[in-house]
Design a protein around this ligand. Structure first.
Ligand code: S3P
Length: 170
């Protein structure tokens, strides 16, 4: 791998954005959040994109954004929790950077997402069951492309950053 990118994958609420910002700051790299880029590019926020175009429309936008962002160099990229569902995204992420899977248990994910209205997939009667269902499908996909898997439960972003820096190829 030549581009020295670091790609953070994992479910909603795993702390990809917080850890990613800290990691980029520590390494002097540029932090990019794919959801944020999609919002900038479309001029609509994620819930509105889901409302107007459905999940399928959002995934199309996400695929083209991941395709573009993974071609950059020297970035720390936080991906949306569902980015790994797409085969092309998985191929781009694994071939164009060092992939870190931030893992967390359902309880933590629930606590970290429960007060955030910004996640359309969790606007359901039982968000904890939804998180569990999403993880059943996605955990194998996260694992498939991860170069490093880190359990975030009980750890600070600073601890995660140290682990990532120690583990990534120099
Ligand atoms: C999604 C996760 C969100 C966002 C969208 C869909 C998912 O990103 O892309 O709401 O399918 O898990 P975060 O993981 O940053 O919350």
């Amino acid at each position: 791998m030549t581009r020295r990118n670091i790609f953070l994958i994992g479910p909603m609420g795993a702390g990809k954005t917080t850890a990613g910002k800290e990691l980029a700051k520590t390494l002097g790299m540029v932090f990019v959040d794919s959801d944020h880029e999609i919002e900038q590019h479309t001029g609509a926020n994620i819930p509105l994109i889901f409302e107007l175009e459905g999940e399928t429309g959002f995934r199309t936008r996400e695929r083209s954004m991941i395709g573009e962002l993974t071609q950059r160099e020297n970035i720390v990229l936080a991906t949306g929790g569902g980015a790994v569902l797409d085969k092309d995204n998985r191929a781009h992420l694994s071939s164009r950077g060092y992939v870190v899977y931030l893992r967390a248990n359902i309880e933590q994910l629930f606590n970290r997402t429960s007060k955030d209205p910004h996640r359309p997939l969790l606007k359901t009667a039982d968000p904890k069951a939804k998180l569990r269902e999403l993880m059943e499908t996605r955990a194998p996909l996260y694992e498939e492309i991860a170069d490093l898997i880190l359990d975030t439960d009980g750890h600070t972003p600073k601890w995660l950053v140290k682990k990532i820096i120690a583990a990534r190829p120099s």
